[in-house]
Design a protein around this ligand. Structure first.
Ligand code: NAD
Ligand code: UDP
Length: 342
């Protein structure tokens, strides 16, 4: 610990004041995948709440720049480590955010993705077991696959391909959930599983490949907006600050609150609607072009968040216009920095 400063991110895109979470003592919290988009926001919020944070990341899709402003802070440690290898660390709580999440990224190394979600998750569960630590999983709405019902409730078992190009991620995350519940049943590990629905915001990579980052970069560069397929497929987008608020609340729940719990914003949009909103918001001259549909692309996705409301007293508060504006401000400045090399 070298510095007693406080968290100071250049808070482009920070649109809410975070509610205080009721945790009575500071914890030593390991965030696996902490240098990624979501993980870096979580590290920041945990430090603000007075916890000690050990950020673990192999920097495959994450970037040290996401946590550079935290590196000298008291209570923050970064360790470059691949969770597919066992790890030893004193901890009270573990968040597992380590996995590529964008379809192009997870499909570029499908076996690595599967093993990160299976072997990596097992290594973190073994650590939680040895240390008697709480462990919280960043699971995904992808466990529902291409859902045949909407909205999706946690008891929906899903419609998932075991053989398609998305299976490395979807099945990896499903298997990770299975490991969590078996570690709880067999060894009494204190588990919590949250299923994240599409989340966006500052610190997404310019080349991330997911829809919000692609459309933002294209719109701000007046380049064609690439819609895969008809554009009538839907997603429900949650702003990052809302999502992280849900994960913080989950940490302080009673041991019997294991989940799975959906975390997401139920406002559902077609991809055409999303493209048009981003064009309007950025004043872009971009045209919409249609590309071939992505293989096995889920056609609809919307969370039922009644369990999150009941168990966590959580619901998102940031509407899509506010969240997209904050995100456009971030992408605008990230594009200028990339252009000038700063
Ligand atoms: P991201 O790619 O920015 O973050 C993932 C982080 O994990 C990166 O920093 C990466 O370097 C690290 N990582 C990957 N494999 C690793 C390994 N083997 N060992 C150590 N570190 C490793 O993506 P994100 O959007 O921040 O997603 C974070 C987590 O949330 C992922 O587990 C993802 O599945 C889950 N999730 C995200 C969304 C979303 O919409 N953002 C939706 C559902 C689930
Ligand atoms: N998509 C699109 N154009 C893009 C990127 C994605 O039309 O440039 C579509 C994609 O086919 C999917 C939706 O946007 O229907 C969300 O894709 P994303 O990769 O962001 O997330 P996921 O499919 O994992 O929900």
């Amino acid at each position: 610990m070298t510095n007693t400063g406080s968290v100071n991110s250049s808070k482009i895109g920070n649109v809410i004041d975070f509610p205080k979470v009721n945790i009575d003592k500071p914890l030593k919290v390991l965030v696996a995948g902490g240098a990624g988009f979501l993980g870096s926001h979580l590290c920041e919020r945990l430090l603000e709440l007075g916890h000690e944070v050990i950020c673990i990341d192999n920097l495959s899709t994450g970037r040290i720049d996401n946590v550079r402003h935290l590196l000298d802070l008291e209570g923050f440690t970064f360790r470059k480590h691949d969770i597919r290898n066992p790890l030893h660390q004193k901890v009270d709580a573990i968040y597992n955010f380590a996995s590529p999440a964008s379809p192009p990224a997870y499909q570029a190394d499908p076996i690595g993705t599967l093993m990160t979600n299976i072997m990596g998750t097992k290594n973190l569960l073994d650590l939680a077991r040895r240390r008697n630590a709480i462990i919280i999983q960043a699971s995904t709405s992808e466990v529902y696959g291409d859902p045949l019902i909407s909205p999706q409730k946690e008891d929906y078992l899903g419609n998932v391909s075991t053989t398609g190009p998305r299976a490395c991620y979807d099945e990896g995350k499903r298997c990770a959930e299975t490991l969590y519940f078996d570690y709880a049943r067999l060894y009494g590990v204190k588990i919590k599983v949250a299923r994240i629905f599409n989340t966006y915001g500052p610190r997404m990579r310019l080349d991330d490949g997911r829809v919000v980052s692609n459309f933002m970069v294209q719109a701000l560069s007046n380049a064609p907006i690439t819609i895969y397929g008809t554009g009538l497929q839907t997603r429900s987008f949650c702003y990052v600050d809302d999502l992280i608020g849900g994960f913080l609340k989950f940490l302080s729940t009673a041991p019997d609150v294991t989940g799975p719990i959906n975390l997401g914003n139920p406002t559902e949009l077609t991809m055409i609607d999303l493209a048009e909103r981003i064009i309007r918001l950025t004043g872009s001259k971009s045209e919409i072009v249609h590309m071939p549909p992505a293989v096995d692309d889920p056609q609809q996705r919307r969370p039922d968040i009644s369990r999150a409301a009941a168990m966590l007293d959580w619901r998102p508060s940031i509407d899509i216009e506010t969240g997209l504006s904050a995100t456009a401000a971030y992408f605008g400045s990230a594009l200028s920095r990339a252009a000038t090399g700063n």
